[in-house]
Design a protein around this ligand. Structure first.
Ligand code: PSU
Ligand code: MN
Length: 309
């Protein structure tokens, strides 16, 4: 484990797994506090952890509570994160210093979760969809900090591509520039989060857990600094309807613009817009894909364990 200057508090399950060298999968907390509506978020938080366990690994949900970094949460800590009354802050890597110093409560994004997982010695991480380049970024410069963090953090993130609210083509270009490896799991096409196919190809494809684990192993051996994005599509019978997706996105972008939403509030605003405008159809898709990603990350972590226990 990489030594750090601050204390990380592990729950018993994660602490035992790390000491024994068992497969562990990190999970983010922003999706719980800012990506899913309450009270469903609480149920889903527990389900995601169970999906990791079903794949044979130990779940390590990461968050900041009272200025302490937690890797692996208790049930009551998960409840605190999911309660809108707790005023949990959305924390990206740049917010880690302030939230620790101010002894606040923070839910970690893909960016902050990856950073902490790496410090804790956890190499696999599951989420829904990565952040990326927003539509209109040529004017707003809105690009998620997920990208630059993944450029310098050698972990493997399992996701359903990048969120379809983004400019996916531009995001793929940035992933290439930043040295982030992109691999499709069982597909030649880059997944589109709510949609199975974003309309873009992936540069690499694997079809087995062992192949995915082998890529992570080789990346570690050659010491390439960037993350591996292992992208798994939602199945085509579970994806959000094409028309519904496009209409909702267009109205959501207009609503965000009219309401002057910007910075870190854009993504939670648009996700919430989708959930309310699609009568929660997008919510069901989001829940399905995050559980599938948690299961896949666990399977790959288990396969990696058999390459280098
Ligand atoms: N995936 C989901 N729901 C989410 C997120 C990802 O299915 O809410 C979160 C992640 O924490 C990701 C963040 O890092 O959205 C991106 O926010 P931004 O675009 O502001 O960087
Ligand atoms: Mn942003």
């Amino acid at each position: 484990m990489t030594p750090t200057k601050f204390d990380i508090v592990f729950n018993d399950e994660v602490s035992h797994a790390l000491v024994q060298g068992l497969p562990v999968v990190a999970l983010e907390s922003t999706i719980i506090s800012h990506g899913l509506p309450s009270p469903r978020n609480m149920i889903v938080a527990a389900q995601i952890e169970d999906s990791v366990r079903a794949g044979g690994a130990v779940p390590a949900t990461i968050a900041i509570l009272d200025g302490i970094v937690h890797v692996g949460l208790t049930e009551s800590q998960l409840a605190q994160l999911g309660d809108p009354a707790s005023n949990v802050v959305k924390v990206s890597t740049r917010d880690l210093g302030p939230i620790l110093a101010m002894k606040g409560n923070g839910a970690t994004t893909v960016s902050a979760t990856s950073h902490i997982a790496y410090l804790a010695g956890i190499k696999f991480f599951a989420t829904g969809g990565l952040g990326g380049v927003h539509r209109g970024a040529v004017d707003t410069w809105d690009e998620s900090a997920d990208l630059v963090t993944l450029a310098r953090t050698p972990i493997t993130v399992v996701c359903a591509g990048v969120k379809s609210i983004l400019d996916v083509g531009a995001t793929l270009e940035r992933l290439e520039t930043l040295g982030i490896t992109v691999v499709g799991f069982g597909t030649d096409r880059f997944p589109g989060f709510y949609r199975a196919d974003s309309g873009h190809d992936v540069p690499w494809r694997v079809d087995t857990f062992a192949q995915a684990a082998a890529i992570a192993h080789s990346r570690d051996e050659i010491a390439a600094p960037g993350a591996i994005v292992l992208a798994q599509p939602i199945s085509s019978d579970e994806e959000l309807d094409d028309q519904l997706h496009d209409v909702t996105l267009a109205s959501g972008l207009r609503a965000a613009h009219d309401a002057g939403v910007h910075g870190k509030h854009v993504t939670p605003f648009l996700l919430d817009w989708f959930h309310t405008q699609t009568d929660n159809k997008s919510l069901e898709v989001n829940v399905t894909l995050i559980n599938a990603n948690a299961l896949l990350a666990a399977h790959v972590a288990v396969a990696a364990h058999s390459i280098s226990p």
